[in-house]
Design a protein around this ligand. Sequence first.
Ligand SMILES: [Zn+2]
Length: 417
Amino acid sequence: MIGPDMRRRRLLRPVVDGLVALAAVLYLTAAMADGDDAPAVAASPTAAAPSAAATPVSSAAAPVSPERAVEERVQRTLDAQSRALLAGDLETYLKPVHSSLREQFTLRFGSLRALGVAAWTARVAERPRAEGNDRWSMIVEIRYCLAAADCAPTSLVLNSTWSVGALPPVIVEFERTVLPWDLTPLQAVSGRRVIVAGPAETAGRLPFFRTAADRAADIADRYARWDPAPKRYVVFVAAPEQWATWWNGTTETIDAYAEGSKGIVVKAAESQDDGLVNLLTHEFAHVLSLGDNGADGRDWWLSEGFAEYVADRDGSWTKNRLPRVRRFVGDGRWDGTVTLAAPPKGTTAADRIARYGIALLTVTCLAGHFGEDKLVAFFTAVIRNRSDPPAASPGTLGADWPGVATACAAEVRSRAA
Ligand SMILES: [Zn+2]
């Protein structure tokens, strides 16, 4: 069964703490009180003018706030940890990690190394918040590249808590994402245009997926019309356990999905007979056309139809979809609307394929009548710039939408006849 889908989930929930300012002031007050203990002040016999006497101490202590001092110490720790990850130095990488998190960080290190992590920066992205007992929470922004250091980096924004006392900073909490390399020990193989990774039980199948993914990348690359194609497409191969857990596993009846620059996921059980190259091409087309902004569920027919269209450059995908479309239309279950919404929950596998097929035929109709350049302009306006088809159509296709929709509906009916 083929039924790719595009889903967007938020990984993270940056926290804004209303008490930050108050906590910071309290901490600052305490720190300045510590500063008053400095012997230089008490020892000065010429303290007739208090402001002058205070000058040497306060000029040394005032420039760096406690938050800033914590931020700088944590940043230095993060920098050292990032360098260790890139150098393959697990011992240094684990140095600032609390013992309770070592297993998790070791897994992350191993999987990222397997994926050929080539760039990794971690930055304190927000002023640290005092949590008491030398604990500070802060948002860390990670930017990373796999396989090629000069990629367009993927960004993650994660919550963390640190113990920052007299000793070097220690990570005591670090938000775990739902990304494969954060949840699963991965093995990986590299192709010309792809990295393919999966858990140990899929290792024997990874070269098979690599061959198909390289072919798919060659087809999809021709549709890198918005940004340059990724240096490498990242493909995660999921056994049933990973299918249920990566990106929270909310996948139901589909066989693959795309998560922008973070990668695509495909079931390990997929075979060439299932149209694997088409399936991978479809997902790569999502990566190219949607980027990391994802689809918001509006105009499902166009975001899916475009991915289907890219995967159909040899016509094999239309052939795959047509029998289901014929049954769907022949049974009178299509009302003639080309702007289909996502299949409702509970839609059978056959009907899902029929709906993907209608989306494919509709986008094929647009490309056939107006050419790919205008199709891309229309896609940009509707999917990326959130315009409605009627508003976007005259300026991009050069035609009013009702006429276009009617003509393409007629074409779908005739091809399904
Ligand atoms: Zn899709």
